[in-house]
Design a protein around this ligand. Structure first.
Ligand SMILES: Nc1nc2c(c(=O)[nH]1)N[C@H]1C(S)=C(S)[C@@H](COP(=O)(O)OP(=O)(O)OC[C@H]3O[C@@H](n4cnc5c(N)ncnc54)[C@H](O)[C@@H]3O)O[C@H]1N2
Ligand code: MOO
Length: 406
């Protein structure tokens, strides 16, 4: 039975759940997703303060100040940012004040230093300042009790700035899901190591770990395993405690040594199926272990693994983060060349998407086979050929999925 892409996405979503919320330190929340609304327990600014370097005055005292007829006031105090003393400006006096310094009581305006002679004992003020001039009032930004961040917010630089500004040392978040990637195959050799006949350098593990990071997760690449019996189960048992989800590659098709499928299909919590897509036909998913850790088994062909991850696995990772499990964004674009597709399967063809006058155009790369990793880094999108078609001619408009960039 061949299964639809939508059904397989739904089935994978069915075995994952959002990671449990924890309170995480400010220095570790980047990339996490907020698990609760955050209300401010303080007003911002916390106190009336000066917006400029200048002189805190009573506005009535400087109302008559003119360019050619300055008002002269004695400078009764010098107030720097961080000054915690209680200052008062009496009528007919002023205080020198710096940006961010608390307003002294009595004063209701700040005259910027540029409107004065900059005097230290006495200052000549050449322009009037209205009440409130260059004063940042308490609560003028955030009021105590205000909702400042919503549950479900992705925590980036701006959110971290807000949390710190309201004095929070930590936040209730869903941390980045821990994605462990396990490549399998007897032919694999670590990149950088000498290689022998029939061997290949392991690339899927590195690629998918990076793809998991691009999807907002913490990616960990486990050492790859060979095809010896028991190796996959042993590696899985090894990683279950530290994984929120495990992604394997290889060993899921029809071969005599397709050990992932062979070993894991003994568990009644795992399913191995054919999905109506190309690349990415042989797929498996389910859970393993006491905690029902999700395990997704992707095919070994590098492009199949990559496309399967982006189309099938990414929505599940978004759900685990605590976000809506949305697919990658897509646009409509015109194909510059024809693309083929096997009957009954939805094909994802590698294309370069460009914006030109007249709209978006998608140019397929020449090498479209599942092992042809070479062109993967040239592309920025995948053009979709629907199940019911075996070809889309040049000039046809189709859905084009935008690939994520870090
Ligand atoms: N008789 C059939 N043969 C195959 C079928 C089929 O339906 N009937 N399906 C083909 C399709 S489609 C795919 S996709 C692959 C999937 O195969 P496996 O998931 O079992 O993967 P392997 O056989 O282990 O490897 C396939 C290919 O990819 C290379 N590979 C594997 N792992 C890595 C890695 N970590 N880094 C780089 N390259 C990797 C491996 O050397 C093979 O060349 O099956 C088809 N066959
Ligand atoms: O489905 Mo395989 O993934 O076409 O190469």
């Amino acid at each position: 039975m061949v299964k639809s892409v939508e059904q397989h996405i739904a089935d994978i979503l069915g075995v994952v759940r959002p990671v449990a919320p924890i309170e995480l330190d400010l220095q570790r929340v980047h990339g996490a997703v907020l698990a609760e609304d955050v209300h401010s327990t303080v007003s911002l600014p916390r106190f009336d303060n000066s917006a400029m370097d200048g002189y805190a005055v009573r506005s009535a005292d400087v109302a008559a100040a003119r360019e050619d007829a300055p008002v002269r006031l004695p400078v009764a105090a010098d107030i720097a940012a961080g000054d915690s003393a209680v200052h008062t400006v009496l009528s007919g006096h002023c205080a020198r004040i710096m940006t961010g310094a608390p307003m002294p009581s009595g004063a209701d305006a700040v005259v910027p230093v540029e409107w004065t002679d900059g005097g230290q004992a006495e200052v000549a003020i050449h322009r009037p300042a209205a009440a409130g001039n260059a004063v940042r009032p308490e609560g003028g930004d955030v009021l105590k009790g205000d909702l400042v961040l919503r549950e479900g917010a992705r925590i980036g630089a701006a959110e971290i700035g807000v949390l710190a500004a309201i004095g929070r040392r930590s936040a209730p978040v869903r941390p980045k899901p821990r994605v462990v990637v396990l490549a399998t195959g007897e032919e694999l050799v670590e990149p950088g190591e000498p290689i022998g006949p029939g061997q290949i350098w392991e690339s899927n593990g590195y690629m998918l770990t990076a793809a998991a990071v691009d999807a907002g997760c913490a990616g960990y690449r486990h050492a790859f395993v060979g095809d010896e019996p028991g190796a996959v189960m042993a590696a899985l048992e090894d990683v279950l405690v530290q994984a929120d989800i495990v992604i394997t590659t290889g060993g899921v098709s029809m071969g005599a040594y397709d050990v992932v499928k062979e070993e894991l299909s003994r568990l009644d919590t795992m399913r191995f199926e054919k999905v109506a897509m190309e690349p990415g036909k042989p797929q498996g998913y389910g859970t393993v272990g006491e905690d029902a850790t999700p395990v997704i088994t992707l095919p070994g062909n590098p492009v199949s693994a990559f496309v399967s991850f982006q189309i099938l696995v990414r929505p599940a990772l978004q759900r685990m983060r605590g976000l809506p499990p949305e697919p990658l964004p897509a646009v409509r674009a015109r194909l510059t060349e024809s693309v083929a597709s096997p009957p009954g399967r939805r094909s994802y063809r590698r294309v370069v998407l460009d914006q030109v006058q007249g709209g978006a155009v998608a140019t397929p790369v020449a090498r479209q086979a599942s092992h042809q990793l070479g062109a993967l880094a040239e592309i920025n999108a995948l053009a979709v050929v629907p199940e019911e078609l075996t070809e889309l001619p040049a000039g046809a408009e189709t859905e084009v999925v935008l690939l994520p960039r870090p």
